[in-house]
Ligand binder design. Structure first.
Ligand code: ADP
Ligand code: MG
Length: 376
């Protein structure tokens, strides 16, 4: 397929911060961007040439995308996979609706990861309450997770006993869930792959991720793990992308256990929060990779230019009266980069922005990043 070149129009379903950073990358390269998002204040709208302010399944808006965009992608997995399949009949779409459908349902996702030959935490698929009427001891203590629409630790309940598992299932509304065994984690890491239609692929350096209340807090790159382990993680991410015959940017989250064995946690069919460091610290960013793969260009080089630490800025760091954090020290730091997403309301747990700190030594970057966060 011929490459799509600037100034072609590129479309994206979703206009959150990932859409905004995608639009920035695309526009920097000279492409034009159309964003579909029902929110008039969508963070990506300010950076787009065209904002279709309509629901994701709006026929007119989808027709508009199909007729005006040379290629269409998505920034979140809870987009209607059927809308993506329909679009694929009219324009170039990546990733495929099928790949998105796998990532948006934890039951399909985990079964599919196992089918690709990779381990997950032991899990029990719960389609109905009847599925709980078995011996649960292999999955306890565990986490009840809704099969759909969970993110940033939402839709999850920690449970220790069969009774707690049953009431958690009921409290989540009796919808499809997975009961997943709680593992002893030594570390969480992620790897992000870019893959083209003719199976050309590139994998970014592995990020070491720290979470706070189920939400990503800090990514440390390079991850402070043995090169052999980092290589193994990257190979697993590539193996998943190949098994899905994936086109686009695929993020894979992993758990590293005490014995250095690795299990896959989940996948995201798009750039990922733990890959934001690539904007400031890699030859190619994960968002440029998204542009490149959807346009049929080769993936860009993924080399790390400097050790880097990324810190998420959640609404919690805003003042209670909504006043801005004290940005002065962070903005003055010559090796820090501030990224704000332009969201109006700062709510606790809401991702409002992030910053990175680059330094020759990753431990120095981490120490400085933590100190900078404390000044906010
Ligand atoms: P989300 O879609 O909300 O990111 P995850 O399944 O990635 O959901 O869970 C969020 C976080 O909760 C993980 O990054 C990890 O810190 C913790 N967690 C999830 N599942 C397990 C598990 N089986 N064992 C231990 N910790 C877990
Ligand atoms: Mg996760």
């Amino acid at each position: 397929m011929a490459a799509i070149l600037p100034p072609a129009m590129l479309g994206i379903l979703g206009g959150g911060q990932l859409g905004r950073m995608f639009a920035t990358a695309a526009k920097t390269m000279g492409y034009r961007v159309t964003v579909l998002d029902p929110d008039a204040d969508a963070p990506a709208a300010a950076f787009a040439d065209v904002h279709l302010c309509a629901p994701y399944n709006d026929q007119e808006a989808l027709h508009m995308l199909a007729s005006t965009c040379a290629a269409v992608t998505t920034e979140f997995e809870n987009v209607n996979a059927d809308a993506m399949r329909w679009l694929a009949g009219h324009t170039r779409v990546s990733p495929s609706g099928d790949a998105v459908a796998v990532a948006q349902n934890r039951i399909l996702e985990k079964s599919w990861i196992n089918k690709a030959g990779l381990p997950t935490a032991p899990f029990l698929a719960l389609e109905t309450v009847e599925d709980l009427h078995v011996d649960l001891s292999n999955y306890l203590p565990g986490i009840m997770k809704t099969a759909r629409l969970g993110y940033d630790g939402k839709g999850q309940v920690r449970v220790s006993t069969p009774e707690e598992a049953r009431s958690a299932y009921a409290n989540l509304g009796g919808q499809a869930c997975v009961l997943e065994k709680m593992l002893d984690l030594k570390l969480e890491v992620s790897a992000i792959v870019a893959r083209t239609t003719n199976a050309q692929e590139a994998c970014f350096p592995v990020a070491e991720n720290r979470h706070e209340n189920g939400i990503l807090d800090v990514s440390i790159v390079p991850a402070r793990i043995e090169p052999e382990l980092a290589h193994r993680v990257q190979q697993m991410a590539l193996q998943l992308a190949n098994a899905l015959d994936y086109v686009g940017v695929l993020a894979v989250e992993f758990f590293v256990l005490e014995d250095d064995s690795v299990v896959v946690n989940e996948i995201a069919p798009r750039p990922h929060n733990s890959g934001h460091y690539t904007i400031d610290a890699c030859v190619t960013s994960q968002f440029e990779q998204q542009v490149r793969t959807m346009c049929g260009l080769l993936p860009g080089k993924t080399d790390l230019l400097s050790p880097v630490v990324m810190v998420n800025l959640l609404g919690d760091v805003w003042r209670e009266d909504g006043g801005e954090p004290n940005w002065a020290v962070l903005c003055e730091a010559p090796n820090a980069k501030l990224h704000l997403y332009g969201k109006k309301a700062a709510r606790p747990g809401r991702k409002m922005g992030h910053f990175t700190v680059l330094s020759a030594k990753v431990d120095d970057a981490l120490e400085q990043a933590e100190a900078l966060k404390d000044t906010l």
